[in-house]
Design a protein around this ligand. Sequence first.
Ligand SMILES: *Cc1c(COP(=O)(O)O)cnc(C)c1O
Length: 221
Amino acid sequence: MFDILQYKSIANVAKENNATIVAVTKTKPVEDILMAYNNDIRDFGENKVQELCAKYECMPKDIRWHMIGHLQSNKIKYIAHFVHLIHGIDSYSLLEAVNKEAAKCNRTIRVLLQVHIAREEKKFGFHSAELLSLLDSQKYRDLQHIEICGLMGMATNTSDIEMVKEEFASLHQLYIYIQKKYFDSNKSFCILSMGMSGDYTIALSSGSNMLRIGSILFGHR
Ligand SMILES: *Cc1c(COP(=O)(O)O)cnc(C)c1O
């Protein structure tokens, strides 16, 4: 089920903040996606390559598909020809691998660099020092078939609002710093993807402009 009223209320808040909503449909059937699609949603997110490909095949072709989960290099080839934005780039080698597959498809793939901001070790992402040294090295500039469009992060899954605020604020600060220092002349570095069902209001007040929302739109998984 797709909750249209819930969507409209989030969409209003998102709009006030100039934020895009990515509807996260992992584990949900195509009927749910179509219901959202029929309410003019075009951005959808999945976290598994196989599921993403299966849904891409049978869904309308004007959908913008976001790969939001952890991506393995050997699976990039399956999504390279259609993916709209990859949110979870967490190593230079993955960036190189995406570049290589994008070149084969003769296209540029847009990506976000994932930053590890949560206290939980199981989450993925660059540590900020590691990310800054990669950007300092300038070697990413040789990759002609990728476009680095911003940062993505996930806060700790906790009821401690102050902790979540702190984590989002640190990611926002890093985003602004990187934008100024490395992408000043490049207007395409403009996406800060943070905020999910449980923390999207905090994310918006911390400067997010892209939300990845699943369970409050489609029900619990
Ligand atoms: C599942 C998922 C979401 C959406 O989570 P909800 O809590 O259901 O809104 C957002 N981002 C990523 C990376 C996810 O895997």
